[in-house]
Design a protein around this ligand. Structure first.
Ligand code: ATP
Ligand code: MG
Length: 378
């Protein structure tokens, strides 16, 4: 199949910051972008050549997208799989509806991973209250009850210490289908971004070490400070997941590293990922440029890391209804600032990030911590 060449219009489902960064990468290579997103004001919709302001199910908008775009991709996993299925009949779509429908549903995702021999946290599926009527295996406690769909940034999750708390917790999640999983003693969390093209070519980005605060990614350290053997195993598992899913596009695999050195898959995201934002400044090719290249059936770019990096998320909480003094970031000549153009700084909302590049991880970490502290102490 032939490549989609610069000048063509690319379609994007979703208008968030991941879409904004995809749009920027596409535009810098000479493509034009049409964003489909239901909100008037969206980070990607605001910079794209066209914004179709409509629901993801809207048949007219989907028809318009398929008629005017040479290829369509997505920036968030909750696009309805039917929308992708429809588009697949008319244009190149990356990733496929099938991969997205598995990755967007925690139940299907866990079942897919377990069935294909990947290690995951011990879990049970809870579809309705009948599933809670029998004896529940004590091995799941303490545990976390997670909604199967539409959870993000730790939302839709309840910690459970004993079986008798389950019914109330399930009710608090509106009895949506859930997965109960054992709370694991984590040594650390890492992620790998893997890209797989229509020609089966695979590229892997360096392993990121991720630190969360209240269920939201706070900081990524690259390369991850883990034994090379674990990094190798993570890259191998990420490659196998992409192949088993028959994935075409950019995919993120989040892992748990346990105290005993075991590596489990936490979840997969069928798109570029927050933990891969460092690739914008620290790698030869960014995760977003790779997404463009794969969608357009072009050769993939080199994913090599140019320098150690630390990425810090800027959440809305920092703003506390004042403007921040961005000189505090930019005073450091190897710190790179990215703001997503969101007007309202709500608590927990991802407003931007900065990445510090340095010769060593320790230096990058020290500088990132200093910038973080100075932004907080305004
Ligand atoms: P996101 O989409 O932002 O990655 P999410 O809402 O899908 O987040 P998870 O990745 O499932 O949520 O969980 C968020 C964080 O909560 C994890 O990164 C980890 O720090 C912690 N966590 C989740 N599940 C477990 C577990 N079984 N054991 C220990 N910690 C866990
Ligand atoms: Mg996660």
């Amino acid at each position: 199949m032939s490549s989609i060449m610069p000048g063509a219009m690319l379609g994007l489902l979703g208008g968030g910051q991941l879409g904004r960064m995809f749009t920027m990468a596409a535009q810098s290579m000479g493509y034009r972008v049409t964003v489909l997103d239901p909100s008037e004001d969206s980070p990607a919709g605001n910079i794209a050549e066209r914004h179709l302001c409509a629901d993801y199910h809207d048949p007219d908008a989907l028809r318009e997208l398929s008629a005017t775009c040479a290829g369509v991709t997505t920036e968030f996993e909750n696009v309805p799989a039917e929308a992708l299925q429809f588009l697949e009949q008319h244009c190149v779509v990356s990733p496929h509806a099938r991969s997205v429908s598995i990755a967007q549903n925690r139940m299907l995702e866990k079942q897919f991973l377990a069935a294909n021999g990947f290690s995951v946290a011990p879990f049970m599926v809870i579809r309705n209250s009948d599933d809670l009527s029998g004896e529940i295996n004590a091995a799941f406690f303490p545990g976390i009850l997670k909604v199967s769909q539409f959870g993000y940034d730790g939302k839709g999750q309840v910690r459970i210490d004993a079986p008798h708390e389950l019914m109330d917790a399930f009710a608090s999640l509106q009895q949506q289908p859930c997965v109960l999983e054992q709370l694991l003693p984590l040594a650390c969390e890492i992620s790998v971004i893997v890209a797989r093209g229509f020609d089966d070519e695979i590229s892997l980005f360096p392993v990121a070490e991720n630190h969360h605060s209240q269920g939201i990614l706070d900081m990524s350290i690259i390369p991850a400070r883990i034994p090379e053997k674990i990094a190798q195993q993570a890259r191998k598992m990420a490659t196998e997941v992409a192949v088993k899913l028959d994935y075409r596009g950019v995919l993120c695999i989040e892992f748990f590293v346990l105290a005993d050195g075991r590596l489990l898959i936490n979840e997969i995201a069928p798109r570029p990922h927050n933990s891969g934002h460092y690739t914008l400044d620290a790698c030869i090719t960014s995760q977003f440029e790779q997404q463009v290249r794969i969608l357009c059936r072009l050769p993939q770019g080199d994913t090599a890391l140019l320098t150690p990096a630390v990425m810090v998320n800027l959440l809305g909480d920092l703003w506390r209804s004042r403007e921040l003094d961005w000189r505090k970031v930019l005073r450091n000549p190897t710190a790179k600032l990215h703001l997503y153009g969101k007007r309202e700084a709500r608590s927990g909302r991802k407003m931007g990030h900065f990445t510090v590049l340095a010769e060593t991880i320790e230096q990058a970490l020290r500088q990132a911590e200093a910038i973080k502290a100075s932004l907080r102490n305004d």
